[in-house]
Ligand binder design. Sequence first.
Ligand code: XMP
Length: 335
Amino acid sequence: MENNRRPESMARITTKELADAFIAEQVAEVRAQVGDKKVLLALSGGVDSSVVAALLVKAIGKQLICVHVNHGLMRKNESENVIEVFKNGLDANLIYIDATDRFLNLLAGVADPEKKRKIIGKEFIEVFADEARKLEGVSFLAQGTIYPDILESFKQAEGKQAVKSHHNVGGLPEDLAEKFELVEPLKLLYKDEVRVVGRALGLPAEMVDRQPFPGPGLGVRCTGAITRDRLHALREADAILREEFDKCGLAKKVWQFFVVVPDLKSVGVKDEGRYEGWPAIIRAVNTKDAMTATIEEIPYYVLHTITNRILTEVEGINRVLYDITPKPTGTIEWE
Ligand code: XMP
């Protein structure tokens, strides 16, 4: 565990030059560690796994096998972007698994948020493990562990209460956990350093500067029992919010922003007829550590544009609401 401690002498990676030096060092280390063996990586498209993937492609090319599992709860075009950047852009070895039906069938009728989280987490590991068992000659598992994850596990080892459990091979079924040695090239870096390294590796800004996105994805924003039609409406409304935030510059300023579509219908009117629909709820929050959060004051003209677009472009939505609840008392996510 001690080689997981960040040395006090280690300079904070803040510039391209420092990032290039770190990359060169890690490339050499990874090559020495894995030799000519194959390495497996679950590539979600989040910042950490994307930076690990780009670093390992540079170090070992096609010896890296990336597996991208689409659980059907991704934002609009998210999986397509992962394929575009890694398969088409970096020529990475990428296996794409569309597991939408597996997840949505298991989630059908499940309204309890914690049950939903457990189903999504467990199924994710199962889909990944199924794929890992099919592959031959893989000896290593790469992970996007970063220093805050390591600090969290130190705290747990000291018996302090965990805020978040460290996602490591402990989650994998025993036959696989035993089989793999870990490759964790980012384990001594803080998040801001991971972003600097990602930029130095040439990853697109949208990927490196991404806002946090929860593991259960849109599943915790499509409250109650998920249905395909409401999930579709949520995905489309969320894409409009992101597009408009990009246009007016808020995307670069706001820590996390998204749409929630709750399992609730109200009466509305459209084309002179009764139009029952769901509300699209806009959330835009700022925070340092996600423990508390304040609300971003979205200018009225931006709210107006977003509202008009959602109401005219998204089937099934008949109202747009703006959630101005800080944390506490609201959590950032609705579930
Ligand atoms: P809350 O809703 O607790 O969210 O105020 C704090 C931060 O954590 C994210 N979040 C999650 N991330 N799995 C994750 O990986 C989860 O189940 C989960 N729930 C919340 C949330 O998006 C926010 O950034």
